[in-house]
Design a protein around this ligand. Sequence first.
Ligand code: NCD
Length: 315
Amino acid sequence: MKHLLSINDLDKGSAISLLNLAVEMQQVNSREVKKLPALNGRTVANLFFEDSTRTKISFELAAKRLSADVINFTAKGSSVSKGESLKDTVQTIEAMGVEALIVRHHHSGAANTIANSTWSTSAVINAGDGTHEHPTQGLLDSLTIRQRLKGAVDKGDLAGVRVLIAGDILHSRVARSNLLLLRLLGAKVGIVGPATLVPDDARILADFIYFNFDEALADKFDVVMMLRMQRERMNSAFIPNETEYSTLWGLSESRFKALSSETLIMHPGPMNRGLEISSAAADSPQSAILDQVTNGVAVRMAVLYKLLAQETSLK
Ligand code: NCD
C-alpha cells in the first residue's frame, strides 16, 4: 500500500510531478462543474484526533471533487473519550470498507504507526502529526511559491528562490516539511526565531540561521513564511512574554512596510493576528495566505489521485 507520511517519501521528480498534477486539478477547480469521476465508489476517512479547520475541510473537498465518499471522524465526541485505542479506532473504521485514512494526530509518528502496522490495510496520508511533519502543507506552500513567483503554469523547480521561515520552528511540523521540500526543490531556506524555538534538526537542514528577525529580513528573502506561536504545545517558558515576542519576532506593520513590495508573505494558518503577524501584512496584496488555502484543495486532489486512482508509488 502506498502512503504519504513525510516529504522523505518523495524525490525531486515525484514532488514536481505532484505539483504539476495539482496545476491540472486547479483547472478542474476553476470549472463550473468541479468534479472528476476518478474515485467514484471509493471511500476515504478523515481521522482527526486534533483540531483543524482548513486541512480537514480541504481534504474532504479534495476527496469529494474526485467523487469519493468521505467520512469525517473527529476524536472529540467519539469513543476515544471512552478510552478506545488508536488501533481499535482504525480497525473499526476500516471494517466499514474504508481504504484511505487521512490522519491528524497530536503525537509525532501516529500516521507512521498506522501505516507500518499489521492491523491497518489502508493508504495513509499524514495530515499533521505532533511536531513532526505535514507533507501536504509543504506541497501546497511550494505550489503557491512557484505560481506567485514564476507564473501559474510553470513546471519547474524552485532553484534561485530564497525563503525565510520565521517564528516557532520547534513546534512546527509545517516548518519541517517545508525545510525538506523547499531544499529538495532547490530553494535556499533561512530560519529565524528565538534560540529556544529553533531546534537542532532545523539548524542542520537550513541554509541560513538567524536569531535576530531584523537581520534576517535585511538579507532580502523572496518569501517570508511566518509560523503560528503554538501555545498549546508549549509546556515550559520558551519566551519571556507575548508582548516581547511580538516586538522581537512579529511581522509588524513597520517591518512589513520596510520589505520590498515584491516579497511574498505566507502563513499556514491559523494566525495569531497582532502576535506573529500584523493585519497590514496578512491582508496585503503581497500576502499569499488565501492562495495557500485554495491551493491546498488541488494539492490534496493530486495526492489522493496518485495514491488511490493510479495506485502508484510516490517516489
Ligand atoms: C498548521 C498545523 O496544524 O500544522 N496549520 C495547518 O495545517 N494549516 C499550523 C499550525 O497549527 O500553526
